[in-house]
Design a protein around this ligand. Structure first.
Ligand code: ADP
Length: 250
């Protein structure tokens, strides 16, 4: 049987003594596309960071491909696009192809040399994301949307099997958002990449993600969008009477 790319068991995380995630249980199976939604401060980013081993856990555990992050050493199987809080400095001294190449090298042991097939792979990834013509541009000179595509290319260039995305579309205009979603849909369908996508938009996740994880410090709901719309628990949570009225974009 295939090992789940991500398994979270009874996970609790505290910041300065206050619990921000409480007894979280969930699993991402191979090829799952999971939208993680919930109000601001509900612990979505914290869950991703804990899953990546970037935060100490108070109790419980996370397993990446069956191993705890501290002993996991196959980071080439994992991609991460963190939340961006600001536009990159216009003088940031790296070109688009250098940024994307760094994604390839980050997942690799020393010595970290770039060879011809690496260069081809970077070029192919940039083409796939529609930014091949920007390869030699300095990243700081690009628009927010273009920078975001470059950072997605960086997260994808090594061909991860498990991809974490933290609110990746906030800086994008509506057209670019649809492009971004369709790129991810293609990657999920064609490569069977497992995707965990933190979003503030359950409707968009209903359209693209196969499953929704609704967090509010604990798991309030985990299932399909249709189950979410018909969940009595969720209706009570939102104070919406018997059924939620769910809008699926598109
Ligand atoms: P979300 O991604 O759902 O908006 P976060 O995971 O960022 O929520 O934050 C969950 C809670 O943890 C919030 O109350 C936030 O203020 C708190 N928090 C996040 N990061 C830190 C930190 N580094 N130190 C202290 N508290 C934090």
């Amino acid at each position: 049987m295939q090992v789940a790319p991500l398994r979270v068991e009874n996970l609790s995380v505290t910041y300065q003594g206050g619990e921000v995630l409480s007894c979280i249980n969930c699993e991402a199976l191979c090829g799952d596309y999971i939208g993680i939604v919930g109000p601001n401060g509900s612990g979505k980013t914290t869950l991703l960071r804990a899953a990546l081993g970037l935060l100490p856990v108070a109790s419980g555990r996370v397993l990446l491909f069956g191993q705890e992050p501290a002993s996991f050493n196959e980071w080439g199987r994992v991609g991460y696009l963190p939340q961006r809080l600001s536009q990159m400095d216009s003088r940031f001294p790296a070109s688009v192809e250098e940024i994307v190449t760094s994604g390839l090298l980050a997942a690799r042991a020393y010595p970290k040399r770039v060879n011809a097939s690496d260069r081809d792979r970077v070029a192919a990834t940039l083409e796939e994301l529609g930014i091949g013509s920007l390869a030699r541009c300095m990243i700081g000179r690009l628009s927010g949307g273009q920078q975001q595509r470059v950072l997605l290319a960086r997260a994808l260039v090594h061909g991860p099997e498990l991809l974490f995305l933290d609110e990746p579309i906030t800086a994008l205009d509506p057209v670019m958002r649809e492009t971004f979603y369709s790129i991810l849909e293609k990657i999920n369908k064609e490569r069977k990449t497992t995707i965990l996508f933190v979003s503030h938009d359950p409707g968009a996740m209903g359209k693209y993600a196969g499953k929704l994880l609704y967090l509010d410090k604990k798991v309030m709901f985990f299932g399909t969008f249709d189950e979410f719309c018909h969940s009595g628990d969720m209706a009570r949570h939102f104070g919406a009477g018997q059924h939620l009225i769910c809008h699926r974009h598109g």
